[in-house]
Design a binder for this molecule. Sequence first.
Ligand code: DP6
Length: 329
Amino acid sequence: MSERALEASARACANIALAKYWGKADLKWNVPAVPSISLTLDQLVTETRVHFDPSLRADLVRLDGRRASTKEAERVVAMLNRVRSESDLRLKARVTSHNRFPTAAGLASSASGFAALAAAASAAAGLRFNARHLSALARASSASAARSIYGGFVELPAGERGDSNLAARPIAAPNHWNLRLVVALTDPGRKKVGSTEGMERSRKTSPYYQAWIEQAPKWSRKIKRAIKERDLDTLGAAMELSTLAFHCCAMTSDPPVLYWAPATLAALGTVRELRQRGVSAWATMDAGPHVKALCQAGDAERVRHALARTPGVTRTWVAKPGPGVEVYE
Ligand code: DP6
C-alpha cells in the first residue's frame, strides 16, 4: 500500500460489447455465465472523484449534479465497502461523478461509471494501481465495467459460482484497428428494465436461455479471431447474431423484456441497406433501443448520415477506439 491521499479522480470510457454478456453464473459475486468481448470507446466518458473525508458520518454520492437515488447509492456504497475492507480504511467518502453522455439509455454508463469509481476509490484509499485487480473489483459491481478498465479490444471470460477474482483482459490496443462505432439514439427516454433484472428474468423464465448460454461462446471465439485478423465482415456477422440472440432471450422472458422501439428496427434496416450497397456496416444493441453500427473509419460519415436520416433516430455521433481507465489528481 502506498501513502493515502484520501482523494483521487479517475476517468473511464464506456465500451460496446461486440460479443454480448447476458446472464449470470453467480448473482452474489456478479459472475457472467458467458464470455464477452468489447471495444472501449473514446467519446463516452465518466469522470469520478472520491474523497474519504474524516468529517463525514455517511457516504455522500452525487451523480451528474444531483443526489443519487437510494438504489444508485447502494451500488456505490457496496463498491466503497469493498475498497475499505481491502485497505483497512473506515472513513466515509464523498463521491462525485459526471457522465459525459446520456445516462441509463442503453449506452452502458454503468460500465464507465463503475470502472472510474473502482479506480478513484482504490487510489484515494492508497491501494497500488493494478489493472487486473481493478477489473475484478469493477466486475463485482457491474460485469461490463470490468472491460472498461482496459482500452481497445477487451475480453471478459465466463466464470463459475464463487469466481470472486474473475477479471477482464486486453486483446488488442486501441490502435490495432481503426474502426468506428456510429451511435444512433432512437429514443431519449430511460430504459425500463435494468440489465441485471433483465438477465435474471431471462435466466429464470426464458425457454431460450439455455440455448443462448450454449451458443454464446462460439460467437465470442469467432469475434476474437476476427479482431486479430482485422476481418470486419466475419466480426460483424457474429456480432449481429450475438446481439439478436440475447435480445431473443430477453424478449421471450416472462414477462417479456423488450428493449426495442420502432426506430430500432428502422435503423437495423438502414444498416442492412448500407451492406447491400457494399458498405461493411454491422449493428448491435444493448439493453436499450439504440442502434450502434460498427464500420471502417473511412465509411463512418456515410453510415452516420444514413442513420441520421432514418425515421425515429434523434441523434447520432461517431466514437473511436478509446483508452483504458486513467487516475489523476
Ligand atoms: C446488454 O454490465 O450492465 O450491455 O453486471 O448486472 O451490472 P450487470 O450488467 P451490465 O450488463 C451489460 C449487458 C449488455 C451486454 C454487454 O455489455 O456485454
